[in-house]
Design a protein around this ligand. Structure first.
Ligand SMILES: Cc1cc2nc3c(=O)[nH]c(=O)nc-3n(C[C@H](O)[C@H](O)[C@H](O)COP(=O)(O)O)c2cc1C
Length: 397
């Protein structure tokens, strides 16, 4: 699990979004984290500590003056215990207190005593978020090295507030920011990564197409992993999918292989690492009917033509970038992947067999082997796609 054994302090301040922290806590625990919760006095007006104590299976820190049974100072103990502290939600008031060095309630005093990454997730109404002093305080925190998960635009807490900026970032983004904070070194710092993901759709009339079951999960996981490892720019060219937008990733949605070819070529300039995980159609219908093809007795023959070979084309443009390809093979996986690696001028190829349990299309897990141009092969165990993605990027680095 991606947060296995990670020690995370969840700090909650007094905003409406405090109820969302219950779900954040559950999600972190589902992903293997060890979580402790501390609350400002304001937060206790919104959700009772009992809820967080039960969900974290640990007492909640609500008193800046608390001592443990052995007379240790609780907030110092918690500050030393944590690998990361996440303030979620962070109110305008708590942001101000942290930014100006206060240390008079559990959250600010623990943060003062900590030497670990701090992730701040502001949530407030749009007028508060746009307030110049709030913005100045956020800038102060950012300059001091705190990681800010910017709030989103959308419906605010009450109907009178309508829509606006200030809504707590979606929990997937908070989790991505935590994953990044826990990576320690940032080996992709300053790098541009171009990733392709998902399937392509090749229409032969207005309502029918040739495609495959690729969900895009592997490529989306790669983009999240690239952000977690500190990449400066991550561009994700992806086919049709329902997956939510990953944190800090520039998405370029496309439909057909031809669209994907154009988008990949257009975004390749300056790429340091190219990872082509998309399941691009090798063929498309040679002609597209402008009207729906009617059902007639007998057979229907579709003539197919080859699509653009994106990996090959980018291989021709390759100068400094590392190229990583993916191969889905149902037989002779290693031999077929090795031949693809050579033909497409790749540095690495990641191969998986969708017939293996837990691997391939649509699953949340994958089991892959990584081959390099020197002939080395490394087989990874069955892991979540996000763990596979982190392993792939760490290996190629
Ligand atoms: C119903 C209600 C909802 C509130 N929601 C927010 C909010 O979403 N964000 C915020 O910054 N402040 C919000 N406030 C104001 C804070 O609760 C107030 O500033 C409080 O002092 C925050 O204390 P704390 O930061 O120590 O938890 C809200 C207040 C009320 C009464």
């Amino acid at each position: 699990m991606i947060f296995d054994g990670k020690k995370i302090v969840l700090a909650i301040s007094g905003g409406i979004a405090a109820y969302k922290s219950c779900e954040l806590l559950r999600e972190l625990r589902r992903k293997g984290a060890n979580v402790r919760v501390m609350m400002t006095p304001g937060a206790r007006e919104f959700v009772a500590p009992l809820t967080f104590a039960a969900l974290s299976e640990h007492p909640v820190l609500t008193d800046a003056f608390a001592l443990s049974e052995n007379a240790e100072i609780e907030h110092i103990k918690w500050a030393r215990w944590a690998e990361v502290i996440v303030v979620c939600p962070a109110t305008a008031n708590t942001i101000a207190r942290i930014a100006h060095g206060f240390a008079d309630e559990p959250v600010s005093v623990t943060i003062r005593a900590a030497r670990v990454p701090i992730v701040i997730c502001p949530a407030m109404n749009s007028a508060m978020w746009e307030d110049r002093l709030v913005q100045r305080n956020v800038t102060l925190l950012r300059e001091a090295g705190y990681r800010i998960v910017e709030p989103e635009q959308g419906p605010l807490a009450t109907s009178s507030e309508g829509e606006g900026w200030g809504r707590l970032a979606r929990l997937e983004w908070v989790l991505s920011a935590l994953l990044a904070a826990l990576q320690g070194e940032q080996p992709l710092k300053g790098k541009k990564i171009l990733i392709t993901a998902g399937r392509t759709e090749e229409y032969f009339d207005p309502v029918r197409m040739l495609t495959n079951p690729s969900s895009g999960k592997m490529g989306f996981a790669l983009s999240e992993a690239a952000v977690a490892l500190g990449a400066e720019k991550v561009v994700l060219v992806h086919g049709p999918t329902n997956l939510p937008a990953p944190y800090k990733v520039q998405r370029v949605p496309v439909v057909s292989a031809a669209d994907m070819y154009k988008a990949a070529m257009a975004h390749y300039e300056g790429t340091d690492i190219l990872v082509m995980s998309a399941a691009v159609s090798d063929y498309r219908p040679a002609s597209v009917s402008s009207e729906k093809i009617k059902k007639l007795p007998g057979k229907l023959t579709l003539e197919l033509e080859s699509t653009e070979d994106i990996l090959y084309a980018l291989g021709q443009r390759k100068t400094k970038a590392i190229h990583v390809g993916f191969a889905v093979e149902t037989f002779d996986e290693i031999e077929n992947a090795r031949s693809k690696l050579r033909r497409k001028n790749l540095d690495f190829i990641v191969v998986n067999n969708p017939r293996d349990t837990g691997a391939g299309f649509g699953t949340d897990t994958n089991q892959v082997a990584i081959l390099d141009a020197k002939g080395n092969i490394e087989k990874l165990p069955l892991l979540s796609k996000l763990e596979v993605a982190l392993q792939i990027l760490k290996r190629i680095l």
